[in-house]
Design a protein around this ligand. Structure first.
Ligand SMILES: [Zn+2]
Length: 228
């Protein structure tokens, strides 16, 4: 990125963080029912006339306590770290899940890879929020896990076994599709975006087998490859 571009992005980012900080402090006004004040206003649209919840009185213990939390100097000093904090743990876990369906050790044609990835997505979405497993006495069942890096044991709650209920729906849909259509074509023309038409992406044109046979020397024996 060019320097100017970088500075511009940085400024936008800084403005965004300030905006968030203003909104954060603005909460102190919002909770009292005041949505416009000297230095700013709330970002929300019109509010419902009738409310079940009461606004907090400006001079009250509750508002004083909230002010203490919102304007806490230590928190405000560190908040920018939390604003930009992102964990990729969930994403990594999802990628690991895809590997169960489409391992890197096998080569799949693009349509097969697509189908396998879709299957892994269905599995993930269907089971991601399943409840924890409980023992007969109602307590949560845990499993021990050893982390080689930290050399520490930790516990994680075991979840109930996957039910894979969507499989029956999938089979029904496949059968219905097969009965009402001609089925999959035996041969299919390559789609224009099929990556296979680019061949091996080495960037170096391959010599002929004859040329390689003449020039290549076996690394182990220091001899040419057997020619007869
Ligand atoms: Zn408001």
């Amino acid at each position: 990125m060019e320097r100017e571009g970088f500075i511009q992005t940085f400024d936008t980012l800084r403005q965004e963080i300030h905006l968030t900080e203003d909104m954060w402090i603005g909460l102190l006004h919002h909770v009292t029912g005041q949505h416009t004040w000297a230095l700013g206003s709330c970002q929300h649209g019109p509010l419902a006339e009738r409310r079940d919840k009461q606004w907090i009185a400006k001079v009250s213990v509750a508002h004083q306590t909230l002010t203490g939390i919102i304007l806490d100097a230590r928190w405000l000093k560190k908040v920018h770290k939390y604003l930009s904090f992102r964990s990729t743990a969930e994403l990594e876990s999802f990628h690991n899940h895809i590997l169960m369906y489409a391992s890197k050790r096998f080569s799949f044609s693009p349509p097969v890879y697509e189908a396998r990835t879709l299957l892994s997505g269905l599995d993930y979405n269907h089971h991601v929020h399943r409840p924890v497993k409980r023992k007969s006495d109602g307590s949560i069942e845990y499993c021990k896990l050893f982390n080689k890096k930290s050399r520490k044991w930790s516990l994680y709650p075991v979840k109930v076994v996957k039910d894979c209920r969507y499989i029956t729906d999938l089979q029904t849909a496949i059968l219905r599709q097969r009965l009402t259509s001609k089925g999959m074509p035996r041969t299919r023309t390559t789609r224009p975006d099929d990556p296979r038409q680019h061949g091996v992406l080495s960037g170096v044109p391959a010599p002929t087998t004859e040329e390689l046979l003449q020039t290549q020397v076996s690394r182990r024996l220091g001899q040419s490859l057997p020619q007869q």
